[in-house]
Write a new protein. Structure first.
Length: 308
């Protein structure tokens, strides 16, 4: 009898804790609903010849004409190419973040490790406006590093990293990795702390060195986490973000770094072509969803790891 009463009390406590956890998710659910799902009602503009200042009921229904116009422009292929190249190169962020977590987890000094973690995580919280200001101070024509290099080689240069089309994509990718790799490594740190310490103890008894333990225990244990993050990032190949490219955009490198997010902004906000920009944004969303489920299915067949 006492056992039944105790089990009932335990179930009640579990239910209360589950309700509390569910309530904690309400703000996130509301945020996603308001800023991710509610704006989808605006997709209807892509099927009308809409102009700012007019009611939608007074605009002509044009069907798929805006989609044909958007993807009939040859320049959109350049934008899509920029988006894919930058996103694929950006996948290097994951192995770099994984390597940072592995190497720092092997550091003995706790104070040193915490200091390095803080320093490499800090850039993630710096806005792209400030990052651009720092980059301009370093790499502009009169920047510190540009002037220093000019003095070393004995001649001034008129092409900098901020205006060189040949290196524009790599510069954008490098800045993004510098800004986000430290923060991304937190996930791998958490995964490393979840590895059973007895595995390392057994490996030491068998005579395995530090590199052998990393190769045989740490890296295989991190592969599921790496795979899940890779699936998510591949699903977002067409979502490069907007802030970075808005800050670093200039006429000299525009054709090299203009991505779909900035292209949609330019069409809708600068050229006031709301229907076409909405059509491009819709297609980008559908392709992203297809990529997520496609890569998820391939990963599940190949490794048994999946997100959905």
């Amino acid at each position: 009898m006492e056992t039944a009463v105790a089990s009932k009390k335990k179930r009640r406590r579990l239910k209360k804790s589950q309700v509390v956890l569910l309530c904690m998710t309400i703000p996130s659910i509301l945020f996603i609903a308001v800023f991710s799902y509610l704006p989808m009602s605006g997709w209807i503009y892509s099927f009308f010849d809409y102009r700012i200042g007019y009611k939608l009921s007074n605009c002509d229904f044009v069907g798929l004409a805006n989609f044909k116009y958007a993807f009939g422009d040859p320049y959109v292929l350049t934008v899509i190419g920029n988006t894919l190249i930058i996103s694929i190169l950006g996948l290097l962020n994951l192995p770099i973040a994984c390597a940072i977590a592995i190497f720092l987890s092997e550091v003995r000094g706790r104070k040193f490790r915490r200091t390095v973690q803080t320093v490499i995580t800090l850039p993630n919280f710096i806005s792209w406006v400030i990052v651009y200001s720092i980059a301009f101070a370093l790499f502009s024509n009169d920047g510190l590093l540009t002037t220093l290099m000019a003095n070393i080689i004995g001649r001034e240069t008129t092409t900098t990293l901020l205006s060189n089309p040949a290196t524009a994509k790599l510069f954008m990718v490098g800045l993004n990795i510098w800004k986000s790799a430290g923060y991304s490594s937190i996930v791998f740190f958490a995964a490393i702390t979840g590895i059973d310490p007895e595995l390392y103890d057994a490996a030491k008894v068998d005579g395995a060195g530090r590199w052998q333990r990393i190769k045989s225990i740490t890296i295989p244990s991190l592969m599921p986490t790496l795979m899940v993050l890779a699936i998510i990032q591949i699903g977002a190949l067409l979502n490069n973000g907007f802030d970075q490219y808005y800050c670093f955009m200039n006429p000299l490198i525009k054709e090299k770094i203009e991505v779909l997010d900035y292209y949609v902004y330019r069409l809708g906000m600068l050229e006031n072509d709301i229907p076409v920009s909405t059509a491009v944004s819709m297609c980008k969303t559908f392709i992203s969803v297809i990529l997520v489920f496609g890569v998820n299915k391939l990963a599940k067949k190949a490794t048994g790891q999946s997100v959905v």
